[in-house]
Structure formats: C-alpha cells, structure tokens
Design a binder for this molecule. Structure first.
Ligand SMILES: Cc1cc2nc3c(=O)[nH]c(=O)nc-3n(C[C@H](O)[C@H](O)[C@H](O)COP(=O)(O)OP(=O)(O)OC[C@H]3O[C@@H](n4cnc5c(N)ncnc54)[C@H](O)[C@@H]3O)c2cc1C
Ligand code: FES
Ligand code: FES
Length: 490
C-alpha cells in the first residue's frame, strides 16, 4: 500500500501527496488541478459534467503489444488518484520544442477551425487522440471523435475538415520519439494499491480483486467508483463530500475480455468504448447501442459494470443485456454468484449487489444463429444524449414463421429497464405478421405506466414504445425476406 499518487506530466514524474490542510482533496478533479497550475490553463471548464468537452485531455497508457494507447477523456470527471500510472497530455504539450504547431493544431489554423477559441483546446485534444490512434479516419470517425466537443461559434464543417486533413498525414510527431522514455518513466511507478486519508475522506485503490473484495468487506459504506462518469457529478454538481471511496478501476481481473463457453464475457471495469469494439462482431445489437452512448470521452471512461451499478431506468446497456439474456457475476465474502440480468436490477437505481459485494463480470451467451436481436435508442439528438426510450428486442421464428421466442426489453418506460412480459406472452406461438404485431402494440402501450419528464410525456413514451415494436417488425421482416431470397438464390 502507498499513499502517493504518481503520474507523468510534461515529461516529468509528478508525485501527489494529500497532507492534512493541503490544497488538494482526494476528489479534486484533474481539471481543477490543471487549472491551478500556472502553465496548464488551456484546458477549460464549460459544464463540469462531461457534456461540453472543453476540458478534454488525453491519457496515455502502455499497451501489452508495446507502445502507448492514447484516449481522450473529460478531465472534469477524473479524480486525481485515478491518474496513478498514466501519462497526462494537455494542449500545452502538443507543440514541438521549437514552437512548431502539432499537425492537428496547424490544420485547425489552416481550415479556420476556431473563432472565440473557448472550445479549441478540447477540440485539439480530441483530434490529437484520433491522430494517435486511427491512421486514416473516415468522415464518420472524425465526427464521432468530435461528438463530445461543443462548439458554439465556428461551425463544425471547418473543424471536421481540419480533422480529416491532419489525421490523414500519418501518426508521427514528437510523441513518437518520446514513447520509449515515457514508457520507461511509467514503468518506475509501482503497481501497488493506494490507500489515502485526507480532509475527512478516505480513498482506496486496490490492484487485485482479492484486495478489492477485502476492502469492500472492511468498509461496506465506501462508495464504489470505476469510471466515475456517474459518480463524479455528486462532487462537481452537488458538491458532496464523499467520505469513503473504493476505486476499482485499477484491478486487472476486472478489465479482461474473454471469449469462452459459447459466449463473451466482460470484466466490470471494461470501458464502454472497449465493449463497443469487442462486441461489434459477436453482439452487434450491443455495439449499435453503444455507438450512441455519450461521447468518445465518456465511453473511454464509463464502464459496463458502472452502467449496471447505476441501475438507471435509462441505462443504455440494460435493455440489450436483457434481450441477450446476459448473466451478471457478483463476488463477495461468500464467493461469486451469477444472476440473470433481470434478477440483478431490482428497482429504481437498486441492484441485487449487496454492500459487501462487487459486480465483477458480465457474461453474454452466444444466441442461436436464427435469433434476430436489435437495439433502438430514442433521444432528443443522436449524439451525447440520454435515452427517452430505449429497447433491446429479440425474435426467434420457427420454419412456418411462428414466434418461437420473443424478448422485448425497454428502458425509460418504468422505474427500471424491464421486459414487456405480457406482450411477449401474447406473441408467443403466433404468426409474426403485421396484424398480430399491431395487436401486440396495444398491449405493449398499456403494459407500462411511464413518467412525464423533460425528455418526454408519458403519452409520447407509450407511442414511441408501440412504434418501436412496429419498427422491429419492419426490420425483422426485411431481414427474414432477405434471408429467404438468399436461400432461394443459393
Ligand atoms: C455526459 C454524460 C453522458 C452520458 N451518456 C450516457 C448514455 O448515453 N447512456 C448511458 O447509459 N449512460 C450515460 N451516462 C451515464 C454513465 O456514463 C454510465 O452510467 C456509465 O456506464 C457509468 O459507468 P462508470 O464506470 O463511470 O460508473 P461510476 O460513476 O464509477 O459508478 C456508477 C455507479 O455504479 C456503482 N458501481 C460501479 N462499478 C461497480 C461495480 N463493479 N460493482 C458494484 N457497483 C459498481 C458505483 O458505486 C456508482 O453507484 C452519461 C454520463 C455523462 C456524464
Ligand atoms: S467541463 Fe464540460 S465536459 Fe468537462
Ligand atoms: S470557437 Fe467558439 S465555441 Fe468553438
């Protein structure tokens, strides 16, 4: 155990102690820390809740295959102990020593991609992360990299043009030649658990699952944190003093992805971006949903375990996990147990994970080949918005086109994401035809009593849910027609 947080900034090792009465608290955010330094004020605070990207910085970490992986993150949502073992790169680090602008900065100048300049450091850092991770991005990939950066005056076309021009140039820059020295510096940081007490707060960051479970058992009142995209808002928006924090983001066992036993499993601390990338082929409905989950910065920090842990009625993974019949592993003093996702979510922001347990893994069994699974997210805008209604639907038909199995899971329609079991029961054994589906739509609309809130009225939600079922019928009819055509042609 140690009480010093170590990370790399400006090519130097930074050691942070949290002495009593010092200016730093254990929940000081990276943004607050940087803004207090004399020469890192390029980073801006717009919203302090992950929505504007003005605070974007890049974190670099060694990867198993060699080299460093660069990720854009919102510094307003990162607590300082989460930086342990990482390199922090800010907009001030991008220029060469002789003052030559980095290719992404130069492209923004050349394409007139900045006016008032408030958003520009964040935009630069998002494009820098893309430059270092994607050799020749498409238009869509540039747009995706920028979806978490709000610019209110320049207009996105020139910014996107700058991204396309810069990122087509190859990935070489001064960071390329500095990779080995940075890896050398990072390797001097001990991979040990952190335990710190300061300002009436306690922060524990274990590096093994055993230690994490022991810490959980020892202090069940500690708040578990992983990506902090949900939790940090309690600090930045509600100004809450969280007394005790158990940060599980440094536990390697929780960050693994495994494909075995007819399925794929994700450790609870796997980020949403990695789940997206690893599920594209085996579980495309999950990847489709995650493409519209927050922004790149949020997906780089948020975790699948955290999304389940929030048990939010509009948590985007939940309807899909219900449709694929995922199982959730939780572990505690009595060992590990596995629960179907439907038994894991007990109510509004309430899970079956006990106070001495942690969510450890998510298992997704491979569905049979003839299963059709789709996900839908209805929100006020496509990117960086939370769902008004979301859905994970699954259908299996027999040879005659009769419904063998159907699972209809919805988010945003009740206090928790849940299945429409009455509608499913009605559909089972019936022909998958438009007239039957139209009858089912009425049952579905009456099966929930959604709330009216700023995102949509109860009536609107009921109509959306009905129409999503019709959309699913249209989509599945189209794909089963396509399959039949393919069979006829072969
Ligand atoms: C700007 C913004 C956009 C967002 N967009 C979306 C979106 O599009 N869709 C969506 O669904 N959500 C969205 N969110 C919410 C949030 O990003 C997700 O819920 C995310 O998955 C939470 O993961 P995390 O690791 O950051 O959780 P944290 O904030 O670290 O934790 C969240 C909760 O889960 C508990 N927890 C975390 N891990 C575990 C574990 N292993 N075992 C037990 N409990 C645990 C914590 O105690 C806490 O109560 C957004 C948030 C922000 C700030
Ligand atoms: S300040 Fe807006 S995302 Fe961080
Ligand atoms: S340049 Fe003014 S907000 Fe983007």
């Amino acid at each position: 155990m140690q009480s010093t947080v170590l990370f790399v900034l400006d090519g130097q090792l930074v050691r942070l102690e949290f002495p009593p009465g010092g200016s730093l608290s254990l929940t000081t955010t990276l943004l607050q820390y940087l803004r207090a330094l004399p020469d890192h004020r390029g980073v801006k605070e717009g919203c302090a809740e992950g929505d504007c990207g003005a605070c974007t910085v890049v974190l670099a970490e060694p990867v198993g295959t060699g080299g460093l992986r660069y990720r854009a993150v919102d510094s307003c949502l990162l607590f300082l102990p989460m930086l342990h073992g990482k390199q922090v790169i800010t907009v001030e680090n991008l220029r060469d020593a002789d003052g030559t602008l980095h290719p992404v900065q130069k492209a923004l100048v050349d394409h007139y991609g900045s006016q008032c300049g408030f958003c520009t450091p964040g935009v630069v850092m998002s494009l820098f992360a893309l430059y270092k991770s994607c050799p020749s991005p498409s238009h869509d990939e540039v747009v995706d990299a920028l979806a978490g950066n709000l610019c209110r005056c320049t207009g996105y076309r020139s910014i996107i043009d700058a991204g396309l021009a810069a990122c087509g140039e190859g990935m070489a820059d001064h960071f390329t030649s500095e990779t080995d020295p940075v890896i050398g510096l990072l390797s001097t940081i001990p991979k040990v658990s952190l335990s710190m007490d300061a300002g009436g707060q306690r922060y524990v960051r274990p590096v093994t699952l055993k230690e994490a479970l022991e810490a959980r058992r020892a202090d069940p009142a500690a708040v578990v944190v992983c990506g902090a995209t949900d939790l940090a808002l309690r600090v930045t928006k509600k100004h809450e003093l969280i007394r005790s924090i158990l940060d599980i983001s440094g536990v390697p066992e929780l960050r693994s992805v495994e494909t075995a036993n007819g399925g794929i499993s994700f450790g609870a601390a796997v980020t949403i971006q990695e789940v997206l990338e690893r599920s594209t082929v085996p579980v495309p409905a999950l990847a489709d949903m995650l493409r519209v989950f927050g922004s790149r910065q949020i997906r780089n920090m948020a975790t699948i375990g955290g999304n389940i842990g929030t048990a939010s009625p509009i948590g985007d993974t939940l309807p899909v996990l219900l449709a694929v019949e995922a199982e959730i592993e939780v572990a505690g003093p009595g060992g590990a147990r596995r629960l179907p996702i439907g038994e894991m979510i007990l109510g509004y922001r309430k899970t079956a994970c006990r106070l001495d347990e942690l969510i450890t893994r998510v298992f997704i069994p491979m569905p049979p080949q003839d299963a059709i699974i789709r996900s839908y997210k209805i929100s006020r805008r496509r990117d960086l918005d939370i769902s008004t209604v979301s859905a994970g639907f699954r259908l299996e038909l027999d040879e005659q086109g009769t419904v063998k199995k159907v699972l209809l899971a919805l988010g945003g329609m009740a206090a928790q994401a849940r299945r429409a079991t009455r509608t499913e029961q009605f559909l089972r054994g019936k022909e998958w035809s438009r007239s039957v589906v139209e009858e089912a739509m009425d049952i579905l609309a009456n099966e929930f009593a959604p709330l009216t809130d700023v995102r949509g009225s109860a009536k609107f939600r009921a109509i959306v849910a009905r129409n999503l079922l019709l959309k699913f019928w249209v989509d599945t009819s189209a794909s089963s027609h396509a399959r039949r055509f393919a069979e006829v042609e072969t």
